[in-house]
Design a protein around this ligand. Sequence first.
Ligand SMILES: [Zn+2]
Length: 95
Amino acid sequence: MCHDAVWISLPERQYEASGRQNRRVSIDGCIADTITELWNCGTRTLGCCCGHGDTCPSVLVCASENPIHVRNLLDRLDERNWSVFKWERGKLMEW
Ligand SMILES: [Zn+2]
């Protein structure tokens, strides 16, 4: 758990997918390394949260991503249990 956010410059592919003007994003510090690794693996994300000690860390992935693949990646990258979210047909689904 942490109370500090870090600023990270998005890698090219993630930046293009994000549609953001600002390339720099604020991420909860204790999940920044894992999210960066996800990006390095080509996973595109829309948002994330460490849970701040109340819930497990979570990531919201782009519609084009395979959430099961992302789950498997997270199992390898991070010992914490993660929730993977994705919008499907207007509903937020958890994996
Ligand atoms: Zn944290």
